[in-house]
Design a protein around this ligand. Sequence first.
Ligand code: ADP
Length: 650
Amino acid sequence: MSGKERTEMSIKEEHNSNYLSKRIILMAECIILISSALFCGVSIYRARTSIRKNIQQRMLDIANCAAGSIDGNILGSLEKEDVGSDVYNDLYRKLAVFRDNVELEYIYSFRETKKGHFEFTMDLDQVRPAEFGESVEYTDAMGSAAKGIPAVDNISYKDKWGEFYSAYSPVFDSNGRIAGIIGVDFSASWFDDQLSSQTHTMVVSYLIILLISLLVAAVLLVTTVRPFVKMHGQLLEEKVRAESANLAKSDFLANMSHEIRTPINAMLGMNEMILRESREMQRLDGTNPFATKESVNNIMGYAGDVESAGQNLLAIINDILDFSKIDSGNLDLVAKPYKVRSLINDVKGLIFMKARDKGLDLIIDEDPLLPEKLRGDELRVRQILTNLMNNAVKYTDHGSITLMMRGSKQDDGTYMLEAAVKDTGIGIKQEDLDKLFSRFQRLEMERNSTVEGTGLGLAITQRLLALMDGSITVESEYGKGSVFTVRLPQKTVETDEEVVTEPAEPVSKVTEREPFEAPNARVLAVDDTAVNLAVVTQFLRNSKMVVDTVTSGVDAVRLAKDNHYDVILMDQRMPGMDGTEALAQIRATQGGASCDTPVICFTADAVVGAKERYMSEGFSDYLTKPVTGYALEKILLKHLPADKVSRISQ
Ligand code: ADP
């Protein structure tokens, strides 16, 4: 599966997961809604039952109260003949108080004459009162009252007076016997009205509570769950981004290891050829002058290839270092006056051979009105132009490469330098233009598989330009060619201002020597890799210095104790005792012959911040591998005692 497919899958996963999160929220909302509704339903049902009980209790209270106001002995002794008597009327008046002041429909007294048979003893209905001794319609509640327990009808009943719910309360005589029962009727419609109006109030209150709790739940969901979901979404997005960055990085590393292996392979191969030819020469022993000359030519050719493969390798590593410096914000720009034309010439010089080797025309079209000098970081401007020109050559097989240099003075006094690099090469697809400046991105890997590259060049170019407030744009027609246009503000320079020219990276630094001799100087080189020691010894052979070599920190400390060295070159990463430890021990050796000798950290560790770290550990200077003879001699000249060095003219 390709990286792109994997990223697409991750995006799909993210969508699914977002969809899932939304569904979870929706489900939570539904569950809260349903459970709140159920809770309200149950509560309303229970409330209705208790309202009903309350109403019944009130009816019972009225019946009990009326029963309590009656003398049981008198009620028990009433006979039909007593109707209209003072005693009868007296009881009547007492019950009439209830009839007139309470919302009951009827109030009456009756008694059980036979088991389950009840007869009126008094009826206070003003329209159609029942007569003394008239039968009373039986209900269960009545049966309960007859046993001495006040009770209320649970269901309504109908008789000739209408539909009612009744409450019954027994009246006891002084012997504790039931003298009669007071019945109070409440119309069924009154009862239902009471029940429904109170229930209605209850339902409205519950609905308000339900609404409020739903609102609170919704607010809680929005304020707590939503941010979680959002965070989850963001985390997923970050995951997808990190995954795709990781994939790009893996592709980059895979490509990089290929890029690095290629020149190493060339170097090893060519080196083997050098060895073979040299052995051949040894065998010929100078007896065949033609063969020897041919062999020397071959060897020089192979050595040249080794040199260029080494330079390629170094360029790749430098790109990586540059990128990491820019990425970590550790790239310092150095603005100095420089000559514009000599910069253009440098770029031309670096590209010329490459263009010629591919049969491409190289056109330099510079505006004659370009200022003579500008102020800026010449090294980086040259790097930008060289990157673009190198790409133009790399991605063009026929036609020409053009570097067009223009510019104009701005209102704020700066000079806007404009460089357009045009080629007639393979071009870039419209949909790929966005990816062009992403780090590690190479386009059309299949088509360009034979073209060397790391995918860092344009990313570095763009970031360098951004650091210098410049910009880059691309126009391209697929199959026809591309134009990369750079706009870069530079400071203008007074004509008499001195120009400090940064040297262009020499094609080969081997020739850049400052010849000197120091036969009295003594140097100790420490490195666990013997080849590195051989390289150092060979580089210093002409200077006639005494070079001692050791392959471990322990040996270095031992030699430095008894011998005075003028400079020590100390490798950093060594098994057992590393360079920093060896340095510390040399410095700490009491009476050591070299305890004050400058110690140069000689390391392949060239990442951002390495130099500062080693210097802070006490090293006197810092020299990176791979080292050139020029760089080695230069740093030694800096630290050797001047009286031991004599310069020789070439
Ligand atoms: P590389 O080391 O791969 O050349 P760059 O960052 O310089 O890396 O370029 C990124 C990609 O952009 C290249 O791999 C190539 O596909 C495309 N590219 C760059 N310059 C050109 C050009 N002049 N013509 C066509 N394609 C180009």
